[in-house]
Design a protein around this ligand. Structure first.
Ligand SMILES: C[S@@+](CC[C@H](N)C(=O)[O-])C[C@H]1O[C@@H](n2cnc3c(N)ncnc32)[C@H](O)[C@@H]1O
Length: 280
């Protein structure tokens, strides 16, 4: 009989050999999923033997991993800001860099404050649901152009017990929401330049939704359209946070300077431009 340790070592070596990211962690996450245990609990009894069915289940999942499927889609979940989110290939896998937006809100907003907040391009609902958990008096709306993504976002809101705190809308940018006024707008819209397609890994290109990734030649088509949409739809003093990549800070200042009172760019913990803060 093989032990957990034997199986982890075997698949870690295979993943490493294939050049996959985080081979040890991936093997652990997959085996913990197969055994239906929290990862750390599984590791505490690493010498335990594994039954034949679980060995086969691990083989199936690990082989799919070797073919390039992301771990998060294989196990159906991903952690974001300490909360576990259900994901499937209809939604972008939440990225750790997006947590900066939540850090920024925690640093600048009163956790007991009452604000109207819109999360545009909510995807799996990570930003809206995390806000609902951390800011109990926020009045939240989450929107996405993708109906399938909204289904996942609603499910995540239900899993985290905040389904009554978030209204969901399907639509393009702020379409259907023009009649509402928001104090805070959060936007992690697609921003990968079409010209950077070849620099993305096959894992991303073949498995994550195009509509969550690309936005025109320089990646800023969605944010340009948003600037036009918001020009007459926000009250003075409202703030907009947009996630970007490290090369887009200056272009975003140009895009929003014509409609805003102030625009500044916040760097992530690696020192790269990551969040644009627009004050109307
Ligand atoms: C980069 S993903 C972000 C998902 C999620 N907010 C997160 O941080 O993990 C962008 C999301 O924007 C949505 N989207 C793309 N174009 C859109 C548009 N024109 N209007 C509204 N949502 C859009 C996509 O369906 C996708 O869910």
């Amino acid at each position: 009989m093989q032990t957990r340790k034997d199986i982890l070592q075997y698949w870690e070596d295979k993943f490493l050999h294939r050049g996959l990211d985080s081979p040890r962690l991936s093997a652990q996450v997959l085996l913990a999923h197969v055994l239906n245990l929290p990862r750390l609990e599984m590791l505490l009894s690493i010498g335990d033997t594994v039954d034949a069915q679980s060995v086969m289940d691990m083989e199936t999942l690990a082989s799919r991993r070797i073919s390039g499927e992301p771990v998060a889609y294989l196990v159906g979940s991903k952690e974001f800001y300490g909360f576990e989110f259900h994901v499937n290939p209809a939604v972008l896998i939440p990225r750790p860099e997006t947590e900066l937006m939540i850090d920024f809100l925690l640093a600048t907003q009163d956790q007991n404050g009452q604000k109207t907040v819109l999360d545009i391009g909510t995807g799996s609902g990570t930003i809206a649901v995390s806000c609902a958990k951390l800011f109990p008096y926020f009045d939240l709306v989450a929107s996405d152009i993708s109906f399938e993504a909204l289904k996942i976002a609603k499910e995540n809101a239900r899993i985290h017990g905040v389904q009554d705190k978030i209204a969901f809308f399907q639509g393009h940018l702020i379409e259907a929401l023009r009649i509402r006024r928001f104090d805070i707008i959060l936007a992690n819209l697609p921003y990968v330049p079409a010209t950077s397609r070849s620099s993305l890994s096959l894992e991303v290109l073949e498995h994550e939704p195009e509509i969550a990734l690309f936005a025109g030649p320089d990646g800023l088509d969605c944010y340009r359209a948003l600037a036009t949409d918001l020009r007459n739809s926000v009250e003075p003093g409202a703030i907009l946070l947009c996630e970007i990549d490290g090369s887009q800070g200056e272009a975003m200042q140009d895009i929003f300077s014509f409609c805003a009172g102030g625009v500044r760019v916040v760097q992530d913990y690696s020192g790269h431009d990551r969040v644009v803060v627009v004050v109307f």
